[in-house]
Design a protein around this ligand. Sequence first.
Ligand code: URA
Length: 239
Amino acid sequence: MDRLQKIIAKAGITSRRKAEDLITEGKVKVNGEIVTELGTKASFSDEIIVNGEKLKPENLVYYVLYKPEGYISAVKDQFNRKTVVDLVPAKEKIFPVGRLDYDTSGIIILTNDGDFANQMIHPKYMIEKEYYVRIKGLLRKESSIALAKGLIYDGIKAMPAKVLNVKYDEKKESTFLNIIITEGKNHQVKKMFEALGHEVVKLKRERFGCVDLAGLNKGEYRILKPHEIKTLYNLSKNG
Ligand code: URA
């Protein structure tokens, strides 16, 4: 038995938050009865009808993709550009967990589990994301310290970031580094470096929580292992 909103989210219909709204709005029936109580428990063996539609327990699937540059992190694009979903031929209705910019490469998880996706991207759960970055210019020590303390950019204070493996290419006036952040605000890495006076010229996400790109080439995907899904849940809970 699970909370009704969790079951609805797990079926891939909508997020848990939206499922809660549907319940309180009286749009959910369990075994013929309208249920408006959020704590109500049910299971997939109950007949659950959401907005007049019977809930089918979908097979929950989880993939990890090495996103190449030039793909949109969405299910569909209004300009018909290629999307990350095009690279993972699943029969289930999968969607990306969070986003990477069009010109960013690296790790992205795709799933049809709305509940899992919400938990992975919610800032309060603080899952680490590690990026390999190349910036224009030579990163100053004070800038690394500002990032580590929690940089203020665009009028918001970022959570502390970890900067590691800093390497300078003085000839090309570039810095290569890894940065670990726990949030996932829009264009966050680019904006943070921009605030410090550096343009990001290459951005690749190398790690999402416990999952990295080992064994994958650009454009390739694999199924997440059950222990990886479990660890991601644990990381998010303990974050
Ligand atoms: N930060 C960015 O600026 N872009 C991404 O794609 C991911 C993190």
